[in-house]
Design a protein around this ligand. Structure first.
Ligand SMILES: Nc1ncnc2c1ncn2[C@@H]1O[C@H](COP(=O)(O)OP(=O)(O)OP(=O)(O)O)[C@@H](O)[C@H]1O
Length: 300
């Protein structure tokens, strides 16, 4: 469990994290979402004791990071800035972390296997691609078999296969009962993998909610209708409580009415329909609206 309470960070005149409060439960993947510069990395760094908050607390399993005896066994972290020494091999890099955290060296082979880097164990880290570097960072995070994972934009640098692999990994970590906090600026990606969402904009909490509920509440569902008599249909639907807009291709977009209801009304009014289809608006659009310049001041 991670508990963030009233966390605040200022750099000069700018407040980059502003009284942030949320909890991250075990047994679930929690997506930490916000556009670039929203304050996700700063928040994660405060959770991990790397940046000092101006106010508030962040607890991991009930304790602040600096009170953890062997932190790597309590919390696994992947940060954007974390880099291995380029001349070390992948295995040596992990052995070094294992040793300094009193972790059994046998874990090195296990985590290399878990992230698909067994074949690259003896390669120097300096020769790694961005995606391999991300995998190595994840291996380091998993080394201490920690109950809590804090991962900053782990999708960065991964190819399509890597992204699918990461999804499965995060899911299996949650199924094992771990607490998994993973940041992203991509709503669509998080909607696939996260059970819960914490959405921030300009350092403030916009919403903490279950992913399914967020989709239900925010994804716009509308029905597209095309007819040879748009004016008559328009009048008929409006009279029955729907709201309509004209799409650029000449079709009508209907909110507040199902396709079946539209079909019934059209049949009753003897209106010929050439198209009738249900659409769900892009979650990414909703997210951008929520976190954009206007949305950033609105809590939902
Ligand atoms: N050490 C620092 N000194 C001054 N400003 C900082 C520092 N670290 C971060 N900031 C500023 O704080 C704001 C939040 O940055 P942060 O990296 O936490 O956002 P983010 O949501 O993680 O975005 P990104 O995905 O782009 O990293 C940004 O405006 C950034 O420029």
């Amino acid at each position: 469990m991670i508990e963030v309470q009233n966390l605040t960070k200022r750099y000069g005149e700018t407040t980059v994290v502003a009284g942030l409060t949320f909890t991250v439960r075990p047994g679930a993947v929690t997506g930490f979402l916000g556009p670039n510069g929203a304050g996700k990395s700063t928040t994660m760094r405060m959770i991990l004791g790397l940046t000092r908050p101006d106010a508030g607390t962040a607890l991991i399993g009930g304790r602040p990071y600096h009170e953890l005896t062997y932190p790597a066994r309590q919390v696994g972290a992947l940060l954007e800035t974390a880099v291995a020494h380029r001349s070390l091999t992948a295995a040596d890099h992990l052995r070094w972390i294992a040793q300094s955290n009193r972790i059994d060296r046998r874990r090195v082979a296990e985590v290399l296997e878990a992230v698909g880097l067994t074949g690259a164990a003896r390669r120097r880290v300096g020769t790694f691609s961005l995606g391999m570097g991300q995998r190595l960072g994840l291996a380091a995070a998993l080394l201490g078999d920690p109950p809590v994972l804090v991962l900053d934009e782990p999708v960065n640098g991964l190819d399509a296969e890597g992204i699918r692999w990461l999804r499965d990994l995060l899911r299996s970590m949650a199924v094992e009962g771990r607490t998994v906090l993973v940041s992203s600026h991509l709503m669509a990606e998080m909607s696939v993998v996260a059970d819960d969402l914490v959405v921030i904009g300009r350092g403030r909490l916009l919403t903490q909610t279950g992913t399914e509920e967020f989709i239900r509440r925010h994804a716009r569902t509308y029905v597209r209708v095309r007819t040879s008599e748009p004016l008559r249909l328009h009048r008929e639907l409006e009279r029955n409580g729907a709201s309509l807009s004209l799409a650029h291709d000449g079709s009508l977009e209907v909110d507040g009415m199902t396709a079946a209801e539209i079909n019934r009304l059209a049949a009753a009014g003897d209106l010929p329909l050439e198209e009738l289809s249900t659409h769900t608006g892009s979650l990414e659009d909703t997210f951008l609206k929520l976190t954009g310049p206007e949305g950033s001041s609105t809590r939902v």
